[in-house]
Design a protein around this ligand. Sequence first.
Ligand SMILES: C[S@@+](CC[C@H](N)C(=O)[O-])C[C@H]1O[C@@H](n2cnc3c(N)ncnc32)[C@H](O)[C@@H]1O
Length: 216
Amino acid sequence: MSTAGPRPGTDGAAYADRFAVETPALTAARARAARLDGPAPVEPAVGATLAVLAAGCGARAVVSIGSGGGMAGLWLLEGMRPDGVLTALDGDPEQLRAARRAFTEAGFPPGRTRMIFGTPAEVLPRLTPGAYDMVVCAGTPTEYAAQLDAVLDLVRVGGTVACHGLLAGNRIADRSARDKETVTWREVARVVREHEDLTSAVLPIGTGLLVATKRR
Ligand SMILES: C[S@@+](CC[C@H](N)C(=O)[O-])C[C@H]1O[C@@H](n2cnc3c(N)ncnc32)[C@H](O)[C@@H]1O
């Protein structure tokens, strides 16, 4: 029996990314994100999963923390109800501008998006607890872990929280990895898994998606 790994492009993760066909607006946003040279946007399989989750809970109100150039936001808007509003926040004005452009170019009217400049610590206290169907966190967890309680409070019962990137570099499962980001990911995952009001799972797609639905 061969011990070689799968041929490039033939493994399940690559298929999951290919399965999630990106629209021209998503392709353009991905190219812009690459030019901005910021943290990587959601992979196609992760974006498609966000859209499925948004559609599954009939999302009308969603928060995208760390909007970046709007890739996650575009997928979320595809899954949300046609009257839904996406609140996108980012601490980098250039990223926020790129996200706004992505939403406009994709044809979403201005009323479907609310762009907020700021950090989670600054912005989350201004949002109404329990008013959101979904909250999606992107980027390094050290930027929002301190606000994890506020993140979880934003979601209504039956709503979902999703955190992108916990499997990046495969460090979370490596007990010898003790860098700050990995340790923070472990803590975020532990809090979510042990939360008595949440049902949670880790999806090994893209760089990983931690998902949790609020049961009560
Ligand atoms: C991985 S990128 C987001 C990618 C985006 N979700 C997408 O799929 O296009 C992470 C984003 O978080 C933002 N960010 C990082 N730290 C932040 C902070 N403390 N406050 C606000 N935004 C922050 C960065 O500017 C960056 O745009």
